[in-house]
Design a protein around this ligand. Structure first.
Ligand SMILES: Nc1nc2c(c(=O)[nH]1)N[C@H]1C(S)=C(S)[C@@H](COP(=O)(O)OP(=O)(O)OC[C@H]3O[C@@H](n4cnc5c(N)ncnc54)[C@H](O)[C@@H]3O)O[C@H]1N2
Ligand code: MOO
Length: 408
């Protein structure tokens, strides 16, 4: 058996350098897409000095005048309506948040700190609050300078990045095209949801759970079918998918059972290795190449299929999508209850997380059986228990991983 870390590292090495084509995509459709090139700032941000407060713009050398006879008002500047003149000594300008700073001013004083005196020759502002030269001014270029790298290639774009792009005036970005994925479930025991099941059948849950997970990455599902346990069905579906898919994913047929033609078809059409990975749930898993496609064979048990897609295939799929893959941050929690664990495989036990006086607490949730989804559906994360260790006693520290982007 190989470790989870070795299995992932092997797949990452095998698939590195696989490059998808690029396309230009508008802001409205960029969420979750992967930047294909570094993004250079086309603009300086802020583009001009502007006020951070509603108040008055003035020059700091007029500080003494401000607290004695006061400053006269030269006019007003609003966001979108700049003051075109130059502020003279002894003058202030009414200014609103976001309005461009006028020439001749270097400081803004908040309106709450100012009294306005109406006099015969017009309004004057007076303030006894100490003036800090330069205060409440947002300076041009303090966030971004034109020409600097704003985002690196391989960045997965989130709402934050989309806001950033829009803030420098970009309406689109060059991203990798979506990864084309063929997804199959197989097995004569499967009945499709929505139909009534014969007594010996079970519903095909894997195909739908796995699809929903995959669609949280920038993929396009180009084949999506259930395959009966016949050599012909398996062969024709895999052969057709291998002509156009970047990736083929199957569930079931990777263990040692009799009724499976998966292995025979993969031996015929490609070079796929059947692994035993030291993880629970999981263990049987297949990876390799079928014609032009990468192949991932997930185990049939529903929890195992989901966890192996999440933990083994996900980093590789992300890399294939062009994403710079980042390792999950290690988190520790205290076991609120005992965890049953046999030495031998690295366990990904499904847990609930809680906080007691600021300390993260983990408890196993529901049944930990590989075929049972109900307990998993209630989980907030995994406790990741090292392969060699046995049971966990309450109070022990365990490594935990909140459910990530594919399962949340
Ligand atoms: N002698 C051994 N038997 C098994 C081993 C082993 O090492 N030696 N490993 C066990 C483990 S671990 C797993 S996981 C399973 C993996 O089996 P397969 O990937 O070959 O899948 P099947 O045997 O066809 O199915 C397993 C199980 O999952 C159900 N299933 C299959 N597809 C779906 C689906 N689309 N939706 C819902 N449920 C599905 C299937 O009915 C079986 O109950 O092998 C163990 N056996
Ligand atoms: O992958 Mo298996 O028993 O862990 O379902």
């Amino acid at each position: 058996m190989q470790s989870v870390a070795d299995a992932v590292a092997g797949m990452l090495a095998a698939t590195s350098g696989y490059a998808l084509g690029e396309e230009s995509v508008v802001l409205q459709q960029l969420d979750g897409r992967i930047l294909a090139k570094p993004l250079y700032a086309p603009e300086t941000v802020p583009a001009f000095d502007n006020s951070a407060m509603d108040g008055y713009a003035l020059h700091s050398r007029d500080a003494e005048l401000l607290c004695s006879t006061g400053l006269t008002l030269a006019g007003a500047a609003l966001a979108g309506h700049p003051f075109r003149g130059v502020l003279q000594p002894g003058q202030a300008l009414r200014i609103m948040t976001g309005a461009e700073m006028p020439a001749g001013a270097d400081t803004v004083i908040m309106q709450e700190d100012v009294q306005v005196d109406v006099q015969a020759d017009g309004e004057r502002i007076v303030s006894q609050v100490p003036l800090h030269p330069g205060s409440h001014v947002r300076h041009a270029g303090e966030d971004i300078r034109r020409g600097e790298v704003m985002l690196a290639a391989g960045q997965r774009l989130t709402p934050l990045h989309i806001g950033l792009l829009a803030s420098v005036g970009l309406a689109q970005a060059e991203v990798f095209r979506k990864l084309r994925v063929a997804l199959f479930s197989s097995g004569d025991e499967l009945c499709q949801p929505g139909n009534s099941r014969e007594s010996h059948q079970i519903y095909d849950s894997n195909r739908f759970a796995l699809r929903a997970m995959l669609e949280r990455m920038p993929v396009e599902i180009i084949h999506f079918a259930w395959l009966p346990d016949t050599l012909e069905a398996m062969r024709s579906a895999i052969a057709a998918a291998a002509q156009e898919a970047d990736v083929i994913i199957t569930s079931a047929g990777v263990s040692v059972g009799d009724a499976d033609y998966t292995r025979q078809v993969l031996d015929e059409l490609g070079e796929v290795n059947f692994w035993r990975v030291a993880m629970k749930p999981g263990k049987p898993f297949a990876f390799g190449r079928v014609k032009n496609s990468w192949f991932f064979g997930l185990p049939g048990n529903p929890v195992s299929a989901i966890v192996t897609l999440d933990q083994l295939a996900q980093p590789v799929l992300r890399q294939l999508c062009g994403e710079r893959v980042q390792a999950a941050l290690p988190l520790l929690a205290t076991a609120a209850e005992a965890f049953r664990k046999q030495p031998g495989r690295q366990d990904f036990q499904r847990i609930r997380l809680d906080s007691e006086a600021g300390v993260l607490m983990a408890s196993p949730c529901g049944s930990q059986g590989s075929g049972l989804l109900h307990g998993f559906a209630d989980a907030q994360g995994y406790a990741v228990l090292d392969a060699e260790r046995g049971h966990v006693a309450p109070g022990e520290q365990v490594r935990v991983m909140p459910l990530g982007a594919l399962l949340n």
